[in-house]
Write a protein that binds this ligand. Structure first.
Ligand SMILES: NC(=O)c1ccc[n+]([C@@H]2O[C@H](COP(=O)([O-])OP(=O)(O)OC[C@H]3O[C@@H](n4cnc5c(N)ncnc54)[C@H](OP(=O)(O)O)[C@@H]3O)[C@@H](O)[C@H]2O)c1
Length: 300
């Protein structure tokens, strides 16, 4: 089948591309830099050079499935108005431009979203039916998901799936790469009180969930998280013990706010999300427990 991936050069896209190739699909990717994409990607593919955050593309391609994963990294720099516009445009506007670029041939359309859609909801067990809050990132995710469903005006029979991804545990990047140096030195500790829940997922399970939705043609919102969310303190303790170091001191909330500004809300938000839709549609996790996931990722 002819499939299109945006964000294929990213942490998740690289693994998803490999999984789709193994299943015999013919891949086209959209990247802002054709040369970089050709160098970075380990799977054969055609490349359309376009920054969808700024414009649509003119190439006429009749793909049957779309995986839309691009987006400015939300923790790459301290948030100011320019960074927030880039975070939003690379998701919401990029989806609008992607829809304008696509013919009516797409029968399955999956997009990333984030558990950030739930904002900060202490003490609440979050399923896909839970409501968003009013925070900036929550509203970006709401608008992003709504924009995906606009494709249904072009092809009403298409199935749209939105993966509300949690913290992705992967060997070569993402949140873990940023946390590891401190934890390996024995100074990594909890963030704030550490009582806030974190929803995490092993990258193999996230890619598996995307393939599950695609192959079973299941649409709707999926919490892209493992079935056992943990508090930030438990996460920190487990990570410290996995790298055989003591748990370091906690970083006070006020220090995080001073250091990271508004972006600190991502580190302090309480998001206890459950993968209800994935489990109800028969998805089986390989890494349901944090300790197993961390051990696997850190030995790769
Ligand atoms: N990793 C996580 O823990 C996590 C958690 C929750 C949600 N997500 C979501 O899942 C999606 C994929 O995540 P990821 O970790 O694989 O992403 P990533 O590695 O940070 O980047 C994905 C790709 O998006 C493109 N991109 C980055 N900034 C852009 C910008 N300003 N404008 C246009 N394109 C841009 C880049 O592709 P080119 O350079 O080739 O154009 C990049 O390789 C993202 O939308 C992210 O929000 C990820």
């Amino acid at each position: 089948m002819k499939v299109l991936i945006t964000g294929a050069t990213g942490l998740i896209g690289k693994e998803l591309g490999k999984a789709l190739l193994q299943r015999g699909h013919q891949i086209t990717v959209v990247s802002r830099n054709r040369q970089k994409a050709k160098e970075q990607l380990s799977f054969p593919c055609d490349v359309i050079e376009c920054d969808l955050g700024r414009s649509s593309f003119k190439e006429k391609i009749a793909v049957e499935a779309v995986f839309h994963l691009m987006g400015e990294n939300v923790t790459a720099s301290r948030w100011n108005e320019k960074v927030k516009t880039e975070i939003r445009d690379s998701r919401v506007l990029s989806t609008r431009h992607l829809n304008q670029s696509l013919a009516n041939t797409v029968s399955f359309y999956l997009s990333s979203s984030g558990v950030g859609i739930y904002g900060d909801q202490p003490g609440v067990s979050l399923t896909e039916k839970s409501k968003p809050d009013q925070s900036y990132l929550s509203q970006v995710c709401v608008d992003w998901e709504n924009e995906v469903d606009q494709y249904l005006k072009i092809q009403p029979h298409a199935i749209t799936a939105k993966i509300r991804t949690g913290i992705v545990l992967a060997p070569n990047g993402g949140a873990l790469k940023k946390m590891l140096p401190a934890f390996k030195m024995g100074v990594g500790g909890a963030l704030g009180s550490g009582a806030q829940y974190m929803s995490w997922i092993h990258i193999d399970d996230l890619v598996g969930m995307m393939i599950h939705a695609f192959e079973k043609r299941v649409g709707g919102a999926f919490n892209g998280v493992a079935p056992n969310p943990v508090t930030n303190k438990e996460f920190s303790k487990t990570l410290a013990s996995t790298v055989h170091r003591p748990l370091g001191p906690s970083i006070p909330k006020i220090a995080l706010k001073l250091l990271f500004g508004e972006m600190s809300e991502i580190m302090l938000a309480d998001q206890k999300a459950y993968p209800t839709h994935a489990l109800n549609t028969g998805f089986q996790f390989k890494y349901g427990q944090l300790e197993d996931a961390l051990k696997n990722v850190l030995t790769k």
